[in-house]
Design a binder for this molecule. Sequence first.
Ligand code: SF4
Length: 388
Amino acid sequence: MDILALRPVPAAAVLMAITRRCPLRCRHCSTGSLPASEEHPGEIFRRFAGTFAPGDGPRLVMLTGGEPLLRPRLARSLAEAAARGGARTMILSGMFFAPRVPPAAGEAVRIPPAIEEAIDAADHFSASLDAFHEEEVPRESVFAVMRALLARGKDLSFHVTGTGPGDPYLRDVTSAVRREFGDRVPMLVGRVRPVGRARTTASSFPAAAAGNASRAAAAGTVTAPGTGPPAGTGTTTTTGAVTGTAGSALPCAMAAWPAVGFDGTITACCNQDVVDHRPVPGHLRLGHAGTDDWGTVRERCLGSGALRALRTYGPLWLAGAPPERGYCETCRTLDVPPPAPTPAAAFVERQVLGLQLAGGGRGFARRYGCPPYDDLVSLGHPEREHDL
Ligand code: SF4
């Protein structure tokens, strides 16, 4: 919940996709990862993390992939560099290292030492859990690893994905996590998006979220925790179709955290199509980890008129486009000047950010996750205990 509360804050964090490789072959993989997918020298990422400094660095570094723990020594060194720069680190893993055969009751689970050291170096560890990952790694094995980490005092969460609010898998798995971990481990529940491998396999997914799929297709997708298309592009009907008026204002909170892609290119958001395609549209390119430092990237993120306008009004309003045209699709082809930097524009910008901050982590999960499950991001949080 604390991490998601930071999500709309420009340059509060940086996402680093340190490899596209992954040994798993989950059918819904948004990055289309394979064991031999692209991977670039770790020095690119180390150099960039070396430019973080206390008081002049991100507050959070999120290591993703592909599977970031395929490069455990790199992940560890980035977590250590982040700590020297005053940042905390989170790792998101698909749990390929969990034993294929779940350990028997009372039997200790073995985590490969290099991976254990990387997890130890990070402040927060999150495991992906969904029907597609469960085809590759048994749920009980994932639970065994998470139990072992929790017993050692690790701060944990799950990233759970389903096909939509009516997906029976989501009911089952969220109940299982709550039972298993006594409501101490939060979950961010999202919806599978038709990008990457899911673009070709989505037709085989359960029909529960046919409407969501069409909405997601319209809005594009992102791969990182707490991200996804806003759920309110116009009005969503019971069939999932989106209606609305041309140029509806719908701020994009995703244009807040710079994302370092697999090759070191730094983009203004982690929308998979933005991360993957070259050239990156000019208004969404912030630099390169091999040549730019954090201070420069941060200034570009904060100062760009286009990004400030996207964060305040969203692409549809800026382009005067109807929602049917697609949210992120409209953004990627945006070719209009941002509004003039007047005092009124600055006031509106502050108000929009203030509204998002007031919604906190739960508000963010409601908007970008799977709404019936948004409250699960607060499991184990002291504020939830206080509310109860
Ligand atoms: S609207 Fe633009 S900035 Fe926001 S997530 Fe989509 S592509 Fe990225």
